[in-house]
Design a protein around this ligand. Structure first.
Ligand SMILES: [Zn+2]
Length: 399
């Protein structure tokens, strides 16, 4: 009798345990399926600053106390702040971690980096790097650091990399210039800046920040042949699939300096994008919201440069999206607010998404920005694509 009770008890326990196990297996499977859709959380935020001062041009400046608030946040949140050379090594080896990681960079070798930013960074033991346009230093331009100031910084571990010698618009070909002549002019600019930095500061990282963030596929290919990594200035987190000749950076300055804005950006995740295609006038605005197209319409643009009368540029990001993500992704164009979006693929199997401006973008540089909330962490995936529109005569605008 007693044995019978025990056996029944054992059976009951075994049944209960196996039910629990089933539930656990079910949840583990669901979790891993959902988790698989929730893409890679290994990301690095590369931050871009210019002046840290209240007396320099508004759009490229951040106030010292705002800059300090950014640094304090990185300390409080235990960010792994890594040097440019450490970043390059990790990217080349594809070694990204889930630990929150940031890289601090400055463009143009301005005096406030030496006078204001450096002491604040040193206090916190944060490595950082400066992309130098060497002619401005040679010409001792106003607001420019001197080679001896930079030498002192280099001796204490600050890294200096290439921002060309004359800070030129790399994509602007001269009138009548052949592709060959243009590319060799660009190559000479890069080499001359690199050897000047090496000669003055003893460093050669083979890392270049494109002046004005402007590049195109031919320049990317040139950098690749020369063994250089290229840093852009459109916002986005760097992930394992980021293009080494178009590393996104989050620019801070002007209207974008608040701590709230910084927190969202520095915590951003990278959507693994396989390919980006550019096109024109796809009439996405005539489709219902988040309409699903079976096939990608033809997108034949070679780069992101548009003529003046090409008023509705479109971009396709090839990336796998879950149903939830497909519903939640939102894109904006500069000065236009939210823009229409179409998905490509079929339900439960999206291969990517298309966006298009609703009206003519402004003459000059502007961009598409897309964000997507992460289901797990409260963080945001962030990616963007720059576009350029020529002026009324289809010529380069003044800058
Ligand atoms: Zn610059």
């Amino acid at each position: 009798m007693k044995q019978g009770i025990n056996r029944r008890l054992v059976n009951k326990v075994v049944l209960r345990l196996s039910q629990c196990l089933l539930v656990a297996v079910f949840w583990a499977m669901t979790y891993s399926i959902v988790k698989a859709f929730e893409q890679d959380d290994r990301a690095i935020a590369v931050l871009q600053y210019h002046h840290v001062s209240e007396e320099t041009p508004f759009l490229t400046s951040i106030k010292p106390d705002e800059f300090e608030a950014h640094l304090d946040y990185l300390v409080q949140q235990k960010f792994d702040v890594i040097s440019l050379s450490a970043f390059l090594e990790r990217m080349k080896k594809g070694q990204l971690t889930s630990q929150k990681t940031a890289v601090i960079t400055f463009d143009d070798a301005y005096t406030s980096i030496h006078d204001v930013a450096w002491p604040l960074l040193k206090e916190r033991n944060f490595p950082f790097s400066v992309f130098v346009n060497t002619e401005a230093v040679d010409q001792k331009l106003r607001h420019s650091m001197t080679w001896s100031q930079m030498k002192a910084m280099a001796e204490q571990g600050v890294e200096f990399a290439n921002h060309t010698s004359s800070h030129l618009h790399m994509i602007r070909k001269l009138d009548g210039e052949t592709d060959k002549a243009w590319l060799s002019r660009i190559k000479a600019e890069i080499q001359s800046a690199e050897s000047k930095i090496e000669q003055e500061l003893g460093q050669s990282h083979k890392a270049l920040a494109y002046p004005f963030g402007e590049y195109n596929p031919q320049i990317q290919a040139l950098l690749k042949r020369m063994g250089y990594v290229g840093f852009a200035q459109h916002s986005g987190a760097v992930g394992v699939m980021s293009d080494l000749q178009a590393i996104p950076r989050f620019p801070f300055g002007g209207y974008y300096t608040s701590l709230d804005d910084f927190v969202t950006k520095v915590n951003a995740l990278a959507l693994p994008v396989n390919d980006v295609k550019l096109g024109l006038e796809l009439s996405i605005d005539t489709l219902p919201d988040n309409h699903v197209l079976d096939e990608l319409p033809p997108m034949k643009r070679k780069d992101w440069l548009y003529l003046h009368n090409e008023t509705k540029p479109a971009v396709y990001f090839e990336t796998m999206l879950s149903d939830t993500q497909a519903k939640q992704i939102t894109c904006y164009a500069s000065g236009q607010g939210r823009v229409p979006l179409a998905l490509v693929g079929k339900e439960h199997e999206y291969h990517g998404f298309l966006v298009e401006t609703v009206k003519a973008p402004p003459v000059g540089r502007s961009r598409f920005n897309c964000t997507l909330p992460s289901q797990w962490s409260g963080r945001f995936y962030w990616l963007s694509q720059p576009i350029i529109r020529l002026d009324k005569e289809n010529r380069w605008y003044q800058e």
